[in-house]
Design a protein around this ligand. Structure first.
Ligand code: ADP
Length: 458
């Protein structure tokens, strides 16, 4: 099958669809999205969906002080200064305009911001629709309205970027009806996501963690890192590939984030199988996960109370009610901490002591022995809840090197004409550790930039 478009996009997740909309808004007449799975959405649609942005409306109403500079510093330093400063700057400066862009297309965010795990500051926005569905729904509504210009081919796996005289001019793919050759008159965008679900590739690049061979992942099965292979073949530079992000928040059976009972970092603690705390629960994701690996069986319990679930039908970030989780045996509920400890087989004295000490620190809001500073309510009101969690592979920070236009760079730092990349497939933004709530910003901001430039740069 032969196809022709102004812009050809590989991957129909958050970054790819953001790019498709943006390319259309910036004048591209024909846009083709190739998606290897039977549906769009990628990791974006199953993500916790938190979006960090300094927000003049919501944060002000909540009395939260913040600045773009602080978002910049936390992102850059929280990644051990391994990100490219100009990319980090582009991310944080365009974060709130990204929210306004999504809202202009009908997307709804909740009125209050919160602190998602590893976000380090209360600037995480939560969509009204569950998980990441709001982003994908918003893009798809736009795409369906403009279906004469934007085409999505599902079950179509890109295999190769076609080059002519050093310029990317198209994509080869395998679809249901055989080979697809898609000619791109103006630009090709790689938006294939990360390699969290590719165990071999993880093992190849992992230098930082203990063996990841048997660690599960939060990722969808299509997150196999195809983009790196295609990009490398045409000379792209890959950076930071060893930077693999784990979360201490995996379901022990599946590795997925579902069943995670936390509702923001301020109101819960983590205890190990002995009932003892072991880390600052508001720390960086890598810090918390490293600490969890050192606990018995690398296994922990999230402990919280009624403050997080005022009623049994209150939902977590994954659209599950706490009653539902308790009924399925995925969370535990009790009227006292001693009973809760018994249910989850941890030492009751230790658990009670851990909570008592935590509650003292909530009063003074002072840094505790682990350095924790983020507090809101005490854990003192029944019912009390516990949920088990283990380390899980979540995000791959490294990837294709780009500049602030989303243009792909080669090993000498030169632009590869006609070739763009956006989203998790790129490297150089999150450094050694991605702040919670920065990935969706990455897809929106850099998808938008890549789409615009692939449509307009000749
Ligand atoms: P991001 O958040 O960066 O957009 P996602 O995981 O949300 O990443 O989306 C990436 C999308 O790219 C997924 O839907 C995935 O199935 C798709 N994809 C990955 N490899 C290919 C490929 N070789 N051809 C077409 N689509 C691909």
């Amino acid at each position: 099958i032969e196809k022709e478009a102004d812009v050809v996009i590989i991957g129909g997740g958050g970054a790819g669809l953001s790019a498709a909309v943006s390319a259309h808004q910036n004048g591209a007449k024909k846009i083709l999205v190739l998606e290897k799975m039977p549906k769009v959405g990628g990791n974006t649609i199953i993500s916790g969906a938190a979006y960090n942005a300094v927000d003049p409306k919501r944060q002000k109403a909540q009395g939260i002080e913040d600045s773009v500079e602080k978002h910049y510093t936390q992102t850059y330093e929280g990644g051990d200064k391994l990100g490219k400063p100009e990319l980090v700057r582009t991310l944080v400066e365009n974060a709130y305009p990204g929210i306004e862009w999504l809202e202009s297309m009908g997307m709804k965010f909740q009125d209050e911001v919160f602190t998602v795990l590893g976000a380090l500051w209360p600037r995480s926005h939560k969509p009204v629709d569950p998980l990441g569905t709001g982003y994908i729904k918003t893009y798809m509504e736009y795409i369906e309205k403009n279906s004469g210009s934007i085409e999505i081919m599902l079950d179509t796996k890109a295999t190769e970027i076609i080059m002519e005289n050093g310029r990317a001019v198209g994509v080869k793919a395998t679809g249901i009806d055989g080979e697809v050759v898609a000619r791109a008159n103006n630009g090709v965008i790689i938006a294939t996501g990360g390699f969290g679900a590719n165990v071999e590739m993880r093992d190849k690049y992992n230098k930082i963690w203990p063996s990841l061979t048997n660690i599960k992942t939060t990722n969808h099965p299509g997150a196999t890192g195809d983009g790196y292979i295609m990009a490398e073949k045409v000379g792209a530079n890959l950076i930071g590939m060893e930077q693999i992000q784990l979360l201490p928040m995996g379901d022990p059976e599946t590795g997925s984030l579902s069943g995670n009972i936390e509702q923001g970092v301020e109101n819960r603690i983590f205890v190990n199988k002995d009932g003892n705390r072991f880390v600052d629960e508001g720390a960086r994701r890598d810090v918390m996960t490293k600490a969890l690996f050192e606990q018995r069986d690398a296994y922990m319990w999230v402990i919280l109370d009624k403050h997080s679930y005022p009623t049994g039908d209150t939902k977590n970030n994954f659209n599950e009610t706490i009653d539902e989780l308790v009924n399925k045996g995925r969370a535990y509920k009790a009227d006292t901490l001693e009973e809760l400890a018994k249910e989850i087989s941890v030492n009751p004295e230790n658990l009670v002591k851990a909570v008592e000490e935590f509650n003292k620190n909530v009063e003074t809001k002072s840094a505790d022995e682990f350095g924790r500073t983020l507090y809101k309510d005490k854990i003192d009101t029944a019912p009390f809840y516990a949920g088990a969690r283990v380390p899980t592979v979540h995000h791959t920070m490294g990837g294709i090197e780009i500049n602030t236009n989303g243009q792909v760079l080669d090993k000498s730092g030169n632009i590869i004409p006609g070739l763009y990349a956006a989203g998790e497939t790129t490297g150089g933004i999150h450094g050694a550790n991605r702040l919670g709530g920065n990935a969706l910003v990455d897809t929106v901001v850099f998808g938008r930039i890549a789409g615009k430039n692939a449509a307009t740069i000749k």
